[in-house]
Design a protein around this ligand. Structure first.
Ligand code: BES
Ligand code: ZN
Length: 620
């Protein structure tokens, strides 16, 4: 659609001026994004070349970024920067360019570079700060193997500007290439075509030939090994984790095939997954060609791989069709949760996918209750102006977005909905989408076929859930509900639960439904029978620690402390610290642990937890 408009305006300008359309090219091609200072409608970056050296001793990346520009108006390139040391700017012929860093706000500053008439190639010399929010310099002892340090980046939502001067808006796409020099014995990987082996020169080159937005720029450096999983897929992990990782992700190639069968060809060439140290603040991050993943999904039974389906699905929803601004984040995540669930259903059946749906729905109800039924943060379309976008990125985009698409599916039938989605990805590939453009697209391509137009605006612009929303159910979970009730009422012993065939998801459902008022004796019996305190499954352990905190179940606290010291995944540690902060005793204990653990967490988690625990502690 967007292309269409541009074409019309270009044609018009040619017709009106009868000559070169360039001076009047569409000045509104790029959506207004309040989280970027860049002005791509005037000057846009179309290609980036990075030449970087990785210095673990000083925690610094330094080198240069070279840009190719598309110029429509004005004589200034404005890039987003934060905590960067900008050392100089020059044109391709070596002539020096004037630049200045202008103070912006807490979320970033502007780098303004004056451009001589007609200049389309320039470069900037710069270095990052050891405090760069996107970067996490993991010391060797906090990696899985403990043999070498590890660097990873996390760009989404607006952190790429802390390691590259860039037009840091999801609406701006560019291709990139890079050269990265690492210390000996390390390999560098990026969201691009990647090496599979270390080389003696410790110098690696990269190419991303499809245009991507800045938040998908990614780099990881460490002692890593590669193992192939199929024709187009493989896994990178530290040597001590590679076998386990390959076992866990054995179905990846099947996921890729199932995804293509649903919504069209995979456009990115290879699909690999990189297993990161446990400090990684997210479950996964959909960096193109190379998903970054938490090691907490490597549990030995392949039960947490829906995360891979999710990140893979982003190769369409998000990476091909990208939210234009962070207010439209639900277009990335809602579509991805829907797509993820369809991949899981294709591989493991409707009953399995149904469990994941119910777990998601229960999480959604909790999120709505936490935010407040009437909160504007429960709208699908957000207004994050003057806020850190990270603060508004909740379960709403994911699970309300998912439910909205499920509801549309129920109105049109699956077959029509699937062909709609396939065409949506196909015709909007490598473009950005606003919520408003999506509604227009939806009206023309799906809703026009219905006898009555459904009320999509209530879903998108109103709080909470519309009264007619679908309510997911799972017959497998209904069985768990009855077992739990029998145990709570003392009709069966904890050890006699008929659970031998239960998956992780059934255990999670059991734990999430346990009443707060059972008393410690019953928890001891349950823990003794099933060993939750020392569970090697991160999801089960985290759900159990929530119960332990609320019931002040002392035997779990040493294991909880070890968990908090090791795992930096925000989805787990945020609710645990929140639950601790509800009582005076819990606050004191949680704050003591956090003081020790804080240096081990990435800035994304630190920012959230500082607010919960009121760090730095005023009374200490
Ligand atoms: N793109 C997100 C991660 C993200 C969101 C990073 C917002 C920064 C800001 C990724 O695809 C994601 O959703 N990860 C989830 C896992 C998924 C299975 C729901 C996560 O990390 O928990
Ligand atoms: Zn996602």
């Amino acid at each position: 659609m967007i292309d269409h408009r541009i074409t019309i305006s270009l044609l018009l300008s040619v017709a009106l001026t009868g000559c070169d359309p360039k001076p009047t090219a569409d000045m509104n091609k790029y959506a207004k994004d309040t989280h970027s200072f860049s002005r791509p409608n005037e000057v846009a970056v179309t290609h980036l070349h990075l030449d970087l050296n990785v210095d673990f001793d000083n925690k610094v990346l330094s080198g240069s970024a070279a840009y190719t520009l598309e110029r429509n108006a004005g004589n200034m390139l404005v890039l987003d920067v934060r905590d960067l040391d900008i050392r100089g700017a020059k044109a391709a012929d070596g002539s020096v360019l004037d630049f200045r860093v202008v103070k912006g706000n807490d979320r970033g500053d502007k780098l303004e570079i004056d451009l001589p008439e007609g200049l389309t190639e320039l470069s900037v010399d710069y270095a990052t700060s050891p405090a760069a929010a996107a970067l996490f310099w993991t010391p060797a002892e906090q990696t899985l193997d403990g043999t070498a340090p590890f660097l990873f980046t996390q760009g989404q939502a607006i952190l790429t500007r802390t390691w590259i001067p860039v037009q840091d808006s999801p609406a701006v796409r560019f291709t990139y290439s890079a050269k990265v020099k690492t210390p000996k014995g390390m390999i560098a990987l990026m969201s691009a075509e990647n090496p599979t082996q270390m080389n003696d020169a410790s110098e690696y080159t990269f190419k991303m030939e499809k245009p991507i937005p800045a938040y998908l720029m990614a780099l990881a450096v460490g002692n890593l090994q590669f193992q192939s999983l199929g024709a187009r897929s493989g896994v990178y992990a530290e040597p001590g984790m590679i076998e386990k990782s390959a076992y866990e992700f054995a179905d990846m190639e099947q996921m890729l095939l199932a995804a293509e069968k649903l919504y069209g060809p995979y456009e990115w060439g290879r699909y690999d997954v990189l297993v990161l140290p446990p400090s990684f603040p997210f479950g996964g991050m959909e960096n193109p060609m190379l998903t970054f993943a938490t090691p907490t999904i490597i549990v030995g039974d392949r039960s947490l791989t829906s995360l891979v389906a999710h990140e893979l699905a982003h190769s369409w929803s998000g990476n091909l069709v990208t939210n234009a601004t962070w207010d439209d984040f639900w277009l990335n995540e809602g579509f991805t949760v829907y797509f993820e669930n369809r991949i899981m259903e294709a591989l493991y059946g409707a009953e399995y996918a149904g469990m994941l749906t119910v777990l998601g729905y229960q999480g959604l109800l909790e999120t709505i209750a936490d935010l407040g039924e009437g909160s504007a943060d429960t709208h699908l379309k957000l207004n994050l102006e003057n806020r850190d976008p990270d603060d508004g990125m909740t379960d709403i985009a994911y699970e309300k977005g998912f439910l909205f698409l499920r509801w549309l599916e129920s109105l049109t039938g699956r077959e029509r909905f699937d062909s709609f989605l396939k065409e949506y990805f196909n015709s909007n590939a490598f473009q950005t989408m606003t919520t408003e453009d999506f509604i227009i697209y939806l009206d023309i391509n799906l809703l026009s076929g219905l006898s009555e137009r459904p009320d999509v605006e209530s879903w998108i612009y109103k709080p909470g859930l519309p009264a007619n929303h679908p309510v997911p159910v799972s017959s497998l979970f209904q069985k768990v509900d009855s077992v739990r009730a029998q145990w709570e009422q003392g009709q069966i012993a904890a050890a006699d639960m008929p659970a031998s065939a239960w998956s992780t998801h059934e255990w999670l459902h059991l734990l999430k439904g346990i009443s707060d008022t059972l008393g410690v004796a019953k928890l001891i019996a349950l823990d003794t029978a099933h060993g939750f305190t020392n569970s090697a499954n991160s999801e089960i352990a985290a759900a159990w620690y929530m119960i332990a905190i609320r019931a002040d179940y002392a035997p779990a606290f040493p294991a909880l402390e070890a968990f908090l010291m090791k795992v930096g995944r925000r989805k787990f540690i945020k609710p645990l610290y929140e639950a601790l902060a509800k009582t005076e005793k819990g606050t004191a204990w949680g704050r003591a642990v956090y003081l020790k653990a804080r240096p081990r967490y990435h800035s994304v988690s630190v920012q959230t937890l500082d607010a919960i625990l009121k760090y730095p502690y005023p009374e200490l």
